[in-house]
Design a protein around this ligand. Structure first.
Ligand code: AMP
Length: 505
């Protein structure tokens, strides 16, 4: 058996239960078994190898082709490069410059985004793969790249995080128990393939023995309908998705009796959304998963028991954990450091550094440097650039990106703190707080606010609300009302875009 290659995880799934439905519908004869997944992936690997490609680029929604391509790339010994299919032709062309001899596979709807490149559809490639002999012995070593994930790169030059087989395999082996899922378990995944959680979801659920159900384009009603139709027992969502689900439910119960586990992560979860979700899904166990692309996904978890304990506690310190990202997963060490590198004690806010076998911290094609560049320090520590602190029992609290900190008149202000207070106002649905350059103060605080439909408030009322709850210096200098805020499809607030619109007028 292979060692520390993600294809090993597929081999184990096949060995464990060859006829288990690995993905697709529970309807008789409609899903794909572990054996079929392995066979198709091995055939596609042969096709990929024949083309001489060095990288397999995939621009497609989360669907049954994605796991096939992930393992086909592994079996062919090339990395899979899932790209954001919503990017412009120009942006996709820029990304391709950073790839090596790519074989481009794109859903028909996105093929036009690639100019002057031969593009195959996943369907055609899978048909070819099923007819081809299965690839043997092409997979590389644990040290070979398994997946390259481009960071959003809206302003900077695109660069890809390099996740090697050993990183992804370590993550799965450390955090998932093989075959631990019950026979009727099914997971609904709606995170796109180009996000690390999309990759992690395929690997962890296959390894646990959980049937994977895909939702290509997220929409709350479709998500709920699929949970009901497929008897889905667990799901992973980014905060913007959960916000849309609870809004869709309008305060009513979700009525999804099979759903036992609901995981969220990828960005900070607004507390108001979490509270509404806990009410709407009273029978589900909630998990907050915190991680970065560079750390092969999850490095800290707040599990269902922690959620329950926090909800049921009168102790403010325990109750506060509902806002935490939980504790570090096995194998990952963490330190909070100040700017000088000194390690801080529990309670003190600083920058989070992490170390462990799943932590890559390596990029390809950054700036002028085409070769791999590691950002780990000499002792293997990776700087997450997240501001954070631990409590006395090792619960991790993420306060936001260090780069987003507003420095107003010499005082450091975390946008999240002000956003949380704004979100507690009855009329506020979404809030984003950014620093705007200012001659007098260095930066002024601007709050962008979306109000609930039909709700009426004004800037003065919201400023007074914040002033009544936080120090005066944290009161937004200006409040801008918007119909919506800009997010990435994976739920990240595009603060820089807000700043541009502000400066532009
Ligand atoms: P990315 O690598 O694009 O997935 O972004 C990783 C960043 O997302 C982290 O550094 C955090 O700032 C944020 N993030 C991810 N998961 C969480 C979470 N559960 N809670 C708070 N922030 C998160």
């Amino acid at each position: 058996m292979r060692t520390l290659n993600i294809a090993m995880l597929l081999d184990m799934a096949v060995a464990g239960d060859p006829d288990r439905v690995a993905m697709g519908s529970r309807g008789p004869g409609t899903g794909t078994t572990c054996t079929q997944l392995r066979r198709t992936a091995a055939g596609v690997a042969t096709v990929v190898h024949r083309t001489g490609a060095r990288e397999l680029v995939f621009a497609g929604v989360n669907g049954p082709a994605f796991p096939v391509l992930l393992f086909a790339a592994a079996l062919a010994g090339v990395p899979l490069v899932p790209v954001n299919y919503r990017l412009s032709t120009q942006a996709l062309t820029n990304l391709l410059v950073h790839t090596e001899r790519p074989l481009v596979v794109a859903d028909e709807a996105f093929a036009a985004g690639f100019e002057g490149v031969r593009v195959r559809t996943p369907e055609a490639l899978l048909v070819e793969g099923r007819a081809a002999d299965p690839a043997e012995g092409l997979e590389g070593s644990p040290d070979d790249p398994a997946v390259l994930l481009f960071t959003s790169g809206t302003t900077a030059a695109p660069k890809a995080a390099v996740l090697r087989h050993r990183h992804l395999s370590s993550y799965i082996l450390q955090t998932v128990e093989f075959g631990s899922a019950a026979p009727d378990d099914a997971v609904l995944t709606s995170v796109p393939p180009y996000h690390v959680a999309g990759v992690g979801s395929v690997l962890s659920n296959l390894y646990a023995g959980r049937r994977i159900v895909h939702l290509g384009a997220f929409e709350p009603a479709a998500w709920l309908a699929l949970v009901r139709a497929e008897g889905v027992t667990s799901a992973m969502v980014v905060p913007t998705m959960l916000a849309r689900v609870v809004e869709h439910l309008g305060g009513g119960p979700a009525d999804v009796p099979t759903l036992r586990s609901l995981a969220y992560g990828g960005a900070r979860m607004p507390h108001t959304v979490l509270e509404a979700a806990l009410r709407a899904f009273p029978d589900a166990g909630f998990t907050n998963a915190y991680g970065l692309t560079e750390t092969s996904s999850t490095i800290a978890l707040l599990g269902p028991d922690d959620h329950r304990a926090a909800l049921g506690s009168d102790d403010p310190a325990v109750r506060a954990r509902l806002r935490s990202a939980g504790r570090m997963v096995p194998g990952v060490e963490a330190r909070i450091r100040d700017e000088t590198g000194a390690v801080l004690l529990p309670g003190a806010v600083g920058q989070l550094w992490v170390r462990g076998p799943q932590v890559s911290g390596e990029y390809k094609g950054s700036g002028e440097h085409k070769g791999p560049a590691t950002t780990l320090d000499g002792d293997g520590w990776f700087h997450t650039r997240d501001l954070a602190h631990f409590d006395d029992e090792g619960y991790l609290f993420i306060e936001g990106r260090a780069d987003d900190t507003i420095i107003r008149g010499g005082e450091n202000i975390a946008p999240a703190e002000v956003e949380d207070v704004l979100l507690r106002h009855d009329t506020v649905r979404e809030a984003a707080v950014v620093g705007v350059p200012d001659e007098e103060w260095g930066e002024r605080i601007a709050a962008f606010v979306v109000v609930h439909e039909g709700a009426a408030t004004d800037a003065e009322a919201l400023r007074a609300w914040v002033r009544g709850r936080l120090r005066g210096s944290k009161t937004p200098d200006v409040i801008v009302f918007r119909a919506e805020l800009p997010y990435t499809p994976t739920g990240k607030l595009l603060r820089r875009e807000l700043l541009t619109t502000m400066q532009g007028g």
